[in-house]
Write a protein that binds this ligand. Structure first.
Ligand code: A2P
Length: 283
């Protein structure tokens, strides 16, 4: 599995298995077991996905040594601020049944971000997390928060797909060697993306499906991708993207699909309130 070196020296597998919106108590467990059997060694969960316990159980039952699997989780907004963040991380570790995670992210860029980040920096020093990062930071939000941090994030996990390539953010983060993790790298199953003629043509040429072409493009372009699927064939297929290479001309055709617009706007007014209302992880 191809790995990428983060700005703190740690390595992360370029393809991770995302479990957002996969239900707990069965489906997440099955999907993670399938993914690990297929060869994934990187699983991306979050406190607000409500399925950390299933991820932990699937990892243990797989029999694969813990240190061979890269586990990411995320601190939910409800637990921001220095003291609350320390407790939030401990709760994540407890649910996962692990004594460390490989990467822990601030899931959303609102509220007492600086206090929560300080707790993450200390957790890294204490060995509870190997790397720390953020998520959903636009260039504007990045410039607002990150100058207050002592340590730079290793990653910023954001929505990214061929229709929304995040060029401005990528240029900004490249200066500090901060890697982008692409969530919803397949456009969340958007059929206008998955059936786009440019992608269909490449799929035919390489004998791959549209999802594999998109993921190949993204990884070849330096992204860490987190495709999600509950279909065993697609779970396995989404990892089979390392046996072909897009030409420069084909990469340019893919770059040209960028519309500069995504489906989430982290800068929209009221987002934090809406998230807190929709995702209550504890009382
Ligand atoms: P399914 O679970 O039936 O495979 P994203 O990761 O961008 O959020 O996209 C997830 C969506 O894309 C899911 O609906 C998933 O459906 C679908 N999907 C996953 N892999 C592929 C693929 N290789 N080709 C087409 N659709 C895919």
């Amino acid at each position: 599995m191809t790995t990428i070196t983060l700005n703190d020296g740690n390595k992360i597998p370029a393809v991770g298995f995302g479990v957002f919106m996969i239900p707990a108590d069965g489906p997440t467990y099955d999907a993670v077991r399938t993914a690990l059997d297929a060869g994934y060694r990187h699983i991306d969960t979050a406190a607000a996905y409500f399925n950390e316990a299933d991820v932990g159980r699937a990892v243990r039952d797989s029999g694969i040594p813990r240190e061979e699997i890269f586990i990411t989780s995320k601190l939910w907004l409800q637990d921001y601020g220095y003291e609350a963040a320390k407790k939030g991380l401990d709760t994540s570790l407890e649910k996962l049944g692990m004594d460390y995670v490989d990467l822990y992210l601030l899931h959303q860029p609102y509220g007492d971000v600086a206090g929560a980040w300080k707790a993450l920096e200390e957790a890294k020093a204490a060995g509870k997390v190997r790397s720390i990062g953020v998520s959903n930071m636009t260039p504007k939000i990045w410039k607002e928060f990150v100058p207050q941090f002592k340590t730079l994030p290793a990653v910023n996990q954001v929505e990214c797909n061929p229709f929304f390539q995040q060029r401005e953010l990528r240029e900004l983060l490249a200066k500090d060697d901060v890697k982008i993790e692409a969530y919803q790298p397949l456009g969340h199953g958007d059929s206008s993306l998955l059936s786009h003629p440019v992608i269909a043509k490449l799929a035919e040429k390489y004998g791959k499906n549209a999802g594999q072409i998109i993921l190949r493009f993204e990884v070849q372009d330096g992204l860490i991708v987190l495709p999600k699927s509950t279909n065993p064939e697609r779970i396995a297929g989404n990892l089979r993207i390392f046996d072909f290479e897009l030409t420069e001309d084909e990469m340019n055709q893919m770059y040209a699909l960028d519309t500069g617009k995504g489906s989430h706007d982290p800068e929209a007014p009221g987002v934090a309130e809406m998230l807190l209302q929709n995702y209550k992880i504890h009382d």
